[in-house]
Structures are given as C-alpha cells and as structure tokens.
Design a protein around this ligand. Sequence first.
Ligand SMILES: Cc1cc2nc3c(=O)[nH]c(=O)nc-3n(C[C@H](O)[C@H](O)[C@H](O)COP(=O)(O)O)c2cc1C
Length: 192
Amino acid sequence: MDNPDPTDFGILDGISEVIATTKSDSGIPNAAPIGIIRNHDRLCVQLFPGSHTRQNAARTGQIVANIIHDPVMYVECTFGDPGPEAFEYPGGMDYPVLKRTSAWILFECIQSKGNRFELTPVRGMIRDKPMLCINRGKNAVIEALVHATRYRLNGDAQYLDLIRHYDKIVQRCGGSSEKEAIARLKEIMETQ
Ligand SMILES: Cc1cc2nc3c(=O)[nH]c(=O)nc-3n(C[C@H](O)[C@H](O)[C@H](O)COP(=O)(O)O)c2cc1C
C-alpha cells in the first residue's frame, strides 16, 4: 500500500522498537534494532554515529521499519547481520525487507538536526497480525539487549548486573524463543 498510516502498523506515540533494514551504496543489506519516535504525526529516528544503519540511511535517504516480534532476530541483528538469505525485495522494490517480518514500512528519511532523521512513510505491507499478549520475558530480552549495547560502548559493569536481572525475568516469564535469545546474547558477550 502507498502512503501507509503508521498507526495501522502499531507505530503509536512514544518509541516503537523495530528492526530497521537499509542497504549500502553497493547494495549490501543491513539490519539493526532501532527505535521509531512518534510524537502525534511526527516520526523520526535518532541514529548514532558509527552504525551501518546511519551511514546507509544518510546515503540512500531510505530506511525500512520491520515490525517483527522474534527476540532471537533482535539479538542477531544487534551484534551482527543476518545473511543475504534473510532478506527479500518485495514487489520488485529496490530496498531490503526481512523475510520473516509481520509488516514493514519503507520511509524516506532526511537528516534534520544532529542525529535526528525525519521519516515520511512511502510504502508498506501488513503480512500478518499476530495477537500478542504482553510477555515480560520478551520485553526483558529487549531491555537486556539495550544494556548490552551500552556495555559494549563503555564497559561499565553496572550493565552486567542489569543484564543478569533481566535474564532472571526471561527465565521466569519467557518462552523458548526468549530463552534462546538471552542464551545467544550471553554467548556473544562471553566471546567479545
Ligand atoms: C532495542 C534496541 C533499540 C535500539 N535503538 C537504536 C536507535 O534508536 N538508534 C541507534 O542509533 N541505535 C539503536 N540501537 C543500537 C543499534 O541497533 C546497534 O548499534 C547496532 O549494532 C547497529 O548495527 P549496524 O551497524 O548494523 O547498523 C538499538 C539497539 C537495541 C537493542
């Protein structure tokens, strides 16, 4: 659909976590978790320097928000990228989308001030609308991941305590995919 309404995709006021897909000048697809900030009808992202996502979004002027609930995918895309087989180019579109996403929106993005990129929805597709209850384990995986990215930046041990705290919630409230995701996160952190 053209000119999609982000509300139909569950992107409401506040910050919605998605996996952003972008491509490099030479067409290499990239995926990373990014928060879409919505304030009424205004949508933007803060892209911090140093990421492929920021570099690609600045160069191509486009970014795709993949609305996806797979916690393992969030871990894999934070610390690396899935292989090319994880992406597709729907309807001849020249921009990558995750094959397993429930929905996606292609945004035009323009850097406005500092790290801020303003987003305008261009095209989108809803593939499935999973009925999801709030699961504290799934949310805890995302919290642990955010702390892991901070730990990677400054090595502050307080983040390890926070990750242990969220790990306990995952063990109590998560399902098999949340437990797999946190196990993968711990494995990545041990080998770094
Ligand atoms: C839940 C979550 C939300 C994130 N949101 C952002 C964000 O809004 N902006 C940003 O620059 N990085 C964000 N990050 C960090 C990036 O995903 C991370 O730096 C990633 O390694 C960038 O990968 P890339 O170099 O492939 O783009 C977030 C990480 C997580 C786990």
